[in-house]
Design a protein around this ligand. Structure first.
Ligand SMILES: Nc1ncnc2c1ncn2[C@@H]1O[C@H](COP(=O)(O)OP(=O)(O)OP(=O)(O)O)[C@@H](O)[C@H]1O
Length: 241
């Protein structure tokens, strides 16, 4: 039996792939504002899914719910045998440290630390020695073509350099899922495209799946599949390109 679900044909033909994460029936309101209504998202290992839709349609809320950052009012998020909507705070923070990587519009690097220290931070928090963590961090900075800023602080970097450092930090723990919310939103189109290419290439090499919230079709073009959110409802529009 072959599967039509395997992204980019990376899985062994004939081996059906189980989803890594399945969210269904998600609803979430903020006071009188309904942000999500019966939304769903399925993520297979190693695939890049773009979440598209107009401003205010619920994209970020969907990402926050599936990443266990925001608890939905209803629905479930199954990840690796755990319903994240029911998981304890400590289980969620463990998952965020070990299994998930995050990337936001503004890199959210620690301004007081150098770039190499920023990238090494998730490994340091996991108990790795400074020396080993920074050696690994430097190799990620090299891979993202930004080794020259290793000793600089984020404030001394350009926007594109800072986002590449943030990509390195998101991937250094080899997460199974990277959640990226408008990671190119603050960059010009040239730098945005470079960052998204580096992110998707590096994620594919390391086997990470990516949930990529963006309103830019040029950015979504780097994904395997697209989900559209409108008025809080999701619609799977299948493969791109
Ligand atoms: N913390 C919050 N408090 C109140 N309202 C919120 C909150 N977060 C989201 N909303 C509202 O929920 C709706 C969906 O917001 P969300 O940020 O998920 O949309 P989005 O598609 O990501 O938008 P954008 O593309 O502009 O970032 C909007 O009406 C927004 O104002």
């Amino acid at each position: 039996m072959t599967t039509s679900l395997s992204p980019r044909g990376r899985d062994t033909p004939g081996t059906p792939t189980e989803p890594l994460l399945t969210a269904s029936g998600l609803s979430r309101s903020f006071g009188p504002t309904t942000a999500l209504v019966d939304a769903s998202l399925t993520l297979y290992p190693g695939e890049v899914v773009a979440v598209m839709g107009p401003s205010g349609s619920g994209k970020s809320t969907l990402l926050h719910c599936v990443a266990g950052i925001v608890r939905p009012d209803g629905g479930r998020v199954d990840y690796d045998g755990t319903d994240l909507t029911e998981a304890s705070d400590s289980r969620l923070s463990d998952l965020r440290r070990t299994d998930f990587g995050f990337l936001f519009q503004f890199g959210q690097l620690v301004p007081e630390l150098s770039c190499v220290e920023n990238v090494a931070l998730p490994l340091r928090l996991g108990g790795e020695s400074r020396r080993r963590a920074e050696r690994t961090a430097l190799s990620w900075l090299e891979r993202l073509d930004v080794a020259e800023v290793a000793g600089k602080t984020p404030g001394e970097c350009s926007g594109g350099q800072g986002q590449r450092v943030a990509v390195a930090r998101a991937l250094i723990t080899r997460p199974r899922v990277v959640f990226a919310d408008e990671p190119t939103g603050a960059l010009d189109s040239l730098n945005g495209e470079r960052v998204i290419r580096l992110l998707t290439d590096a994620a594919r090499e390391s086997g990470a799946a990516v949930v990529l919230v963006t309103h830019e079709p040029r950015v979504a073009a780097y994904a395997d599949r697209e989900v559209v959110v409108r008025d809080g409802r999701t619609r799977d529009v299948g493969g791109l390109g």
